[in-house]
Design a protein around this ligand. Structure first.
Ligand code: NOJ
Length: 580
């Protein structure tokens, strides 16, 4: 299919065969342990997902992205994988997986799975073998083992910090009981980094990609895609040396010379993966999770590489017309330069939900222009994460406006389970109930990401609000029932019905990957048009503004359409789609 055709004319089976299906897909992220629990153990599972395929179909998404469902001790919510080619027995079996994939495909929904190549779990058979094997052995060479510094190797090989806080190195006890070498872990200590200079690792991941592709998986989301290759030449630079050289943070690593973030050689790996993806029909797709300088994102998104990369710019922005416009323009330009399509995302399993972020006061920031909704979310969590400190109505109103704008943008829209319900973050989970390693490794500095991972409310009340028979593995607050699917299903004006309407229209209106900005009289208002005359107008301000001429086909909130003699009005924090 050419990308200039409307998708409306395509049947489900055309869409499934289309090699470009991903370019403008609406992709729904499922965090499997918190989606739906079919067997009453408090943990969401694969059969739970299969049972909800009709719900997903009615929502109108094009693909599901499944966060890790592999065997795992859950030291990092499943991103600590024990076995890359299996299903966590608590979540089901490979047969259950096949059944789910078939049900999704039957419903015309593609399936993307998460691949976690930077690190395995410490329970992976390779790591267990490495622990039992001597220094210098082939088993240790699958990971990044080094001798410690200091007289007796008692100091870590470098002073680097892990992303989750604390040191990036952990010392092992050698098989003879003596204190031994250290291994590197950019994330939790239960997530030892794999050594991608080792051919065996590369071959094994090719096997994994083939394993899931052969089972009908349509695409892959690549976790920490920018960290796989490392320059571990000694002496390792100190933290201070790295900070001096790259003093602008992760976004500042522009030249590929950092020892582990965004090195140029990582693309050799993805070129190999691309060859494998292209053996399939339609080719398997991939999207990189790569927190790199925006100028280097295109390398991950190139058609010779993974093909698409997440852009987290909107997720980090405030609800602000100028920020949105700049980000959108820049990303569309980058995407067309790389040959990829753009990606858009407001919420995922790592950040405070956008319906909450947008309801937080930004006023306390020393420099208002500097603070972004993403940072405000973190601050709110640290301040106790009380829902009473959130302007829930405003947050939801803005979130709906932002999401409706996102659905009109060229490129793929990635949504996170629960955002279609306007679900709020659970900010005040008791310390004793928290699961995220970020909380344990950063006591008092970061409470972590559990609040967006609380199991979904399906019913207004009852046992775990319809999530399952048992108490959910993360506590659901009483107010969850008000956001339940049952409370919104068929209810005019509900967030769920807004998402359904918008996604259905999107697939009818979707056009070439272009937009044209229409000048507006008010700097708080953005207006663009897609080929075919599909207009989107968002009022980021508080005062109503004139609606442009045309027929409003959907709006994120009520409009004031006047008496017909004057033009209608678009209230503050509202988006409308208009067909001229
Ligand atoms: C990014 C994932 O999104 C996050 O949840 C995880 O903790 C880290 N990668 C480490 O795998």
């Amino acid at each position: 299919m050419s990308t200039t055709a409307t998708l409306a004319s395509l049947t489900d089976s055309d869409r499934m065969a289309d090699p470009n299906w991903w370019r403008q897909a609406a992709v729904y992220q499922i965090y499997p342990r918190s989606f739906s629990d079919s067997n009453g153990d408090g943990l969401g599972d694969i059969k739970g997902i299969t049972a909800k395929v009709p719900y997903l179909k009615e929502l109108g998404i094009d693909a599901v992205w499944l966060s890790p469902f592999y065997p795992s001790a859950l030291a990092d919510g499943g991103y600590d994988v024990d076995d890359y080619r299996n299903v966590d027995p608590r979540l089901g079996t490979l047969e259950d997986f096949d059944e789910m994939a078939a049900a999704l495909h039957q419903a015309g929904i593609k399936l993307i799975v998460d691949i976690v190549p930077n690190h395995s779990s410490n329970r992976h058979e390779w790591f267990q073998e490495a622990l039992k094997s001597p220094k210098g052995s082939a088993a240790r060479d699958r990971y990044i083992f080094r001798d410690g510094r200091g007289e007796n190797g008692e100091l870590p090989p470098s002073d680097w910090d892990s992303v989750f806080g604390g040191p990036a190195w952990e010392r092992v006890t050698e098989p003879d009981g003596a204190p031994g070498q250290w291994y590197m872990h950019i994330f939790a200590k239960e997530q030892p980094d794999l050594n991608w200079a080792n051919r065996e690792i590369r071959d094994d991941f090719l096997k994994t990609l083939r394993f899931w592709s052969d089972r009908g998986v349509d695409g892959f989301r690549i976790d920490v895609a920018h960290a796989l290759t490392k320059d571990m030449a000694e002496p390792l630079p100190s933290k201070a040396q790295l900070q001096t050289k790259y003093n602008t943070g992760v976004d500042g690593f522009v030249d590929g010379s950092h020892p582990y973030w965004d090195r140029d050689e990582v693309h050799e790996i993805y070129a190999e993966w691309r060859q494998l993806f292209n053996e399939y029909n339609p080719p398997r797709t991939a999207v990189a999770e790569a927190w790199v300088h925006p100028d280097r994102r295109a390398r991950y998104a190139s058609p010779e590489g993974l093909g698409q990369a997440f852009n987290f710019d909107l997720l980090q922005a405030d609800f602000d017309a100028e920020q949105f416009r700049t980000i959108i323009t820049k990303n569309l330009g980058e995407a067309s330069a790389s040959g990829a399509s753009s990606t858009w995302v407001f919420s995922n399993h790592d950040v405070v939900r956008h319906a909450t972020r947008y309801g937080l006061p930004l006023a306390e920031a020393a420099d208002q222009a500097e603070i972004m909704a993403g940072q405000a979310g973190k601050k709110w969590l640290l301040d106790g994460g009380k829902l009473e400190d959130v302007d829930v109505e405003l947050g939801l109103r803005r979130a709906r406006a932002a999401s409706l704008l996102m659905f009109a943008l060229p490129g793929s829209a990635y949504l996170y389970q629960g955002e279609e319900l306007g679900l709020q973050e659970v900010g005040d989970i008791a310390d004793s109930e928290r699961q995220d390693p970020t909380f344990f490794r950063n006591k008092g500095v970061d409470v972590g990401r559990d609040g967006c991972r609380v199991p979904l409310p399906w019913e207004n009340n009852g046992s775990s609000f319809g999530f399952g028979e048992a108490t959910a593995h993360l506590p659901q607050p009483e107010w969850f029932g008000g956001f339940a699917v049952a409370a919104q299903d068929g209810v005019e004006g509900s967030t769920l019905e807004l998402y359904r309407a918008a996604l259905a229209l999107r697939s009818q209106l979707q056009a070439a990957e272009e937009l044209e900005w229409i000048p507006t009289a008010d700097s708080d208002v953005l207006h663009f048009v897609r080929p075919g005359g599909w207009h989107t107008v968002t009022n980021f301000g508080t005062e109503p503004v004139e609606l442009p001429a045309g027929t409003v086909v959907v709006s994120s909130g009520p409009l004031d359409l006047g008496d017909g003699s004057t033009g209608g009005k678009l209230p503050g924090a509202t988006t409308a789609w208009i067909v001229a």
